[in-house]
Design a protein around this ligand. Structure first.
Ligand code: ATP
Length: 424
């Protein structure tokens, strides 16, 4: 973990939030490479969940909603974590995370007496308006509710018919008591979610639940996550959140243990009932409350686990073996020498060509070996070197991050060469 967070900071993936003022627990800033990684994850998700399907539309709801939304959804009363306090040092911990309690006992080197668990609400309050009394609203604790409250709007303004889904990506906020494990538990984070509406029927819902479980797992594997480091974990009935009929987590075998980063939930008609919304079948006229199968992933947790999964060391080399679709920089361009204008000009022309298609990098410092190392560490799949031969035959050396093999490729074939591998 320390290697990952050090690399993330050194190379511009992730910085501690507000660092020059001493930081702020649970908030992180994404640097130039981090924003690319996160955008690539979101883009790949949107492509698969919206563009490649005929039964899903997207939307983007506001972060702050009328507080009545959270009363109706049950979050003001039930969106809680059970907290206990250590009677020695008065620090608070979640009583449903026994590993945290055990770790704390170890810190004290003696058995700890805990207070009775107390419920703590995770919604973050905000005050709106210029005059007193100000209106208390909430930063959304999950992006989900923005979809439900717009259910009728989407049905009325598009041609969707049950079964159909609404996809959304956006920020959520939780007043987490114990933020930690780098970005894993943050107070501000991004979610990518699908709410899929089906006609109430146990069999259909069970089939779709299974379908979406497999789809979501397949997606992570298709983007390079190691299969053996992933598993499903079904929720026991006593740990299911208040709205879920059944629920499964996708977990990653992180350095801090198996950890959830996506949940698949059968929410039944909980939400539409609470918001008093129904659906009228346009063909039969039948009115009912659709059930919801939800897939709820964390963009930040996915980014963290893609980074952890991709990290490897080979002697002095540190390599981020990110899937080319996720790699922040797809190709880096090197003029063999920085003091020969012909070579530099040619290299700049190649750089200009690649930049039009995807994020490309430029490096003309030091020897080529060092430049390779610098690119391996940020996961750049291809390095392109322009040398003396390029001036004669318009071909360049393309070096592959994973095999370290080099190939001569003609400049006019370069984009095609990469795209072929990139789209695989
Ligand atoms: P946990 O048990 O870890 O608190 P949760 O079960 O409350 O998570 P959900 O409410 O199911 O999580 O949220 C769906 C997804 O949103 C999670 O799988 C995770 O990827 C992401 N997520 C939730 N809380 C956080 C957080 N504090 N920081 C980063 N991501 C989060």
């Amino acid at each position: 973990m320390d290697d990952i967070s050090a690399l993330a900071k050194r190379r511009g993936f992730i910085y501690p939030g507000s660092e020059i003022y001493g930081g702020i627990a649970g908030f992180w800033d994404y640097g130039p490479l981090g924003v690319e990684l996160k955008n690539n994850i979101k883009r790949a998700w949107w492509r698969q969940m919206v563009y490649e399907r005929e039964d899903v539309v997207g939307m983007d709801a506001a972060i702050i909603m009328n507080p009545k939304v959270w009363e109706a959804s049950g979050h003001t009363s039930s969106f809680t974590d059970p907290l206990v306090e250590c009677k020695i040092c008065h620090k608070r911990f979640r009583s449903d995370k026994p590993e945290q309690l055990a770790a704390h006992e170890k810190d004290h080197n003696e058995p700890v007496e805990w207070t009775q668990p107390k419920k703590f609400n995770l919604l973050t309050e905000v005050l709106l308006g210029a005059t007193e009394p100000k209106m208390t609203a909430y930063l959304r604790g999950e992006i989900t509710q923005g979809v439900f409250v717009n259910f009728r709007n989407v049905v009325d303004s598009t041609r969707v018919k049950v079964p159909f889904g609404i996809a959304q990506i956006g920020k959520a906020f939780r007043n987490e008591i114990t933020p930690g494990n780098f970005t894993f538990r943050s107070r501000e984070f991004e979610q990518m979610e699908l709410e899929y509406f089906v006609k109430p029927d146990e069999k259909t819902a069970a089939e779709l639940f299974e379908y979406w479980k497999q789809e979501r797992m397949r997606w992570y594997v298709s983007l390079g996550m190691t299969k053996d480091s992933l598993r499903f974990r079904d929720h026991e009935s006593d740990e299911r959140v208040f709205y879920a009929k059944f629920a499964t987590d996708i977990e990653y075998n992180a350095p801090f243990g198996w950890s959830e980063f996506e949940g698949i939930h059968h929410r039944g008609d909980w939400d539409l009932s609470r918001h008093k919304l129904t659906y009228a079948d346009p063909e039969t006229g039948e009115t009912y409350k659709p059930w919801v199968i939800e897939t709820s992933g964390g963009v930040d947790r996915a980014a963290l686990f893609f980074l952890i999964d991709a990290y490897r060391e080979d002697g002095k080399r540190v390599i981020l073996g990110l899937h080319p679709k996720l790699a922040p920089v797809k190709a880096a361009v090197f003029p063999l020498v920085a003091n020969k204008p012909d070579i530099v000009d040619k290299a700049r022309a190649v750089y200009g060509l690649l930049k039009k298609r995807f994020v490309a990098g430029w490096d003309d410092r030091g020897n080529i070996g060092k430049r390779y190392l610098a690119q391996d560490e940020i996961g750049t799949p291809w390095c392109v070197t322009i040398d003396y031969d390029t001036l004669k035959d318009d071909s360049v050396t393309v070096r592959d991050r994973d095999t370290t093999k080099q190939e001569r490729v003609n400049i006019d074939q370069l984009i095609h060469y990469m795209e072929e591998k990139y789209e695989k």
